[in-house]
Design a protein around this ligand. Sequence first.
Ligand code: CMC
Length: 433
Amino acid sequence: MANQTVTITDNATGKSIDCPVIDGVHGPSVIDCKKISSELGMFTFDPAFVTTASCESAITYIDGEQGILLHRGYPIAQLAEKSTYLEVCYLLLHGELPNKDQCKEFKHTVYQHTMLHEGLLRFFTGFRRDAHPMAMMLGVVGAMSGYYHDAMDVNNPEHRYLSAIRLIAKMPTIAAASYKYLLGHPHVYPCNELGFVENFLRMMFSVPAEDYKINKTAVRALEIMLILHADHEQNASTSTVRLAGSTLANPFGCIAAGIATLWGPAHGGANEAVIQTLQEIGHPKNIPSYIEKVKDKDSNIRLMGFGHRVYKNHDPRATIIREVCHELLKEMPQCKENSLLFDIALGLERIALEDEYFIERKLYPNVDFYSGIILKALDIPTNKFTVMFAVARTAGWVSQWLELMNDPSLRIGRPRQLYTGAAQRDFLPMETR
Ligand code: CMC
């Protein structure tokens, strides 16, 4: 803690308090304003928490101006280039990259938990065939609370770790099971001889009647997509997981709360919206007229997959995923419909580099622009895109939940409010209302 303080004065009473300023390793310092309530009798007001640091965390650091994203200090580009999703999971959970033995042991531990309890599998058949895959994932992850309660004591560090591993291991199985149910195909059980991503693709796309050939370019593209979405600091779903966790709720319930939050179109739904936009444009020749509509303020149309709330110069994840996306489109043969969509996407990407409207406002294609295209090229149905995001983000959710639960100063989260309703008044008898 630095010696610097910020003095806050209530001009009405003349009373002042000195609030300590706390420095982080990187990024803006924070003002510790806890005394404002006890000493000045006021709360701070920060709707949507845009200037509030809600917790201390040593997991992920983002600098939106500089386009920096670090996990445990490591730049995302280095992790995407040199690491695997499971290694990144280990890093997020443990704080350090695993050595060879730790890596082997971690993989073994995760692979021991890839199967779902048969009872949990029966949950899928209770859904309508056309249920959204996020609805199934939300329900089944919540239902895990009723299946793994043998190790669900949140005060027990071993139980907490096991729950985190179970979630990382079972999310791909749940994601694939929801897809198989939708198709009416039999569930494909995990095969622990395969890598994490290979296994996932096999559970999604193999059928008992045919051999399934794993495409290496597809595996690498999906691996990178999972790494790039593994954690993103205190975003809405992660903050939800932490708030739920602060009540000592069980881990499966907390992650289900995160999944529900991610499902919102303003959060995890953008990559799905990118494909809908490409379909709406329909043909590269329609791009100019669509762009004119986007630029027309009265149209209220935003170009999905462009711009970012935090990254104002560039999204470091987009730079990496752009290359992967271009490589994938070059190497994997695509159906006619996909080829047309990708021509439109490349046309939009060119405009971002050339059109004054986009240059002036620093509107670059973001990570979701490319992840939507990658998932489409991998034949993953559009309504499963957010499910893929949830599989990846589970690493971040469980790491942030464990960090919270390991914090000795953990207290229930309880924001306050600025009340603007009716002033106190007396009850009105029915006949006088
Ligand atoms: N298309 C057209 N114009 C845009 C867009 C867009 N996608 N995004 C911003 N603008 C314009 C906006 O109209 C404004 O123009 P003006 O100054 O003339 O009023 C200017 O750019 C600044 O916009 P802003 O509203 O201050 O930007 P923001 O930080 O509030 O919004 C955003 C960020 C991501 C919500 C927005 O860019 C957007 O809606 N993008 C499309 C949706 C999308 O792709 N979301 C996924 C983001 S990445 C997800 C992740 O990191 O997990």
